[in-house]
Unconditional design. Structure first.
Length: 136
């Protein structure tokens, strides 16, 4: 696995970004737009997927990173559950449901594989500083 230097390089983050954009697009029209509770919760859950990946990456230790990746995976599951509600209430079409569900499922699977990789490779991510200069 190549060294990841920025969270924007993480494939699960890229998928989560795509999912978030789609959730905002789908929840911004018709009856869905007026269901403030579901709309807000689904948007927040989608944003949490990508935010927790970023926050974990920027954390100090690998165990913290894994913890945040787990939170991101949980939020991806939350989005999948909320998509059923949106579909059952006819806020979104079946085709849009399928696309969004597949993205949420893809992000979840990517996160699961990444977590497994990090757990198996304890030394794969160590805290380091590049050319830090401290003035006292």
């Amino acid at each position: 696995m190549a060294t990841i230097r920025r969270f924007e390089e993480i494939e699960a983050w890229k998928t989560a970004r795509e999912l978030t954009t789609l959730v905002y697009r789908l929840s911004g029209v018709g009856q869905f737009e007026r269901d403030f509770g579901l709309k807000n919760q689904m948007q927040r859950a989608a944003v949490f997927v990508m935010s927790n990946i970023a926050e974990g990456f920027e954390s100090a230790t690998q165990p913290q990173f894994i913890k945040y990746l787990s939170y991101a995976k949980a939020s991806a599951g939350e989005v999948r559950s909320q998509l059923y509600v949106a579909r059952d209430l006819h806020y979104i079409a079946q085709a849009d449901f399928g696309i969004a569900f597949d993205l949420a499922e893809k992000a979840s699977a990517q996160l699961a594989r990444f977590i497994t990789y990090l757990e198996r490779n304890k030394r794969s991510r160590q805290v380091r500083e590049e050319a830090a200069i401290y003035e006292v």
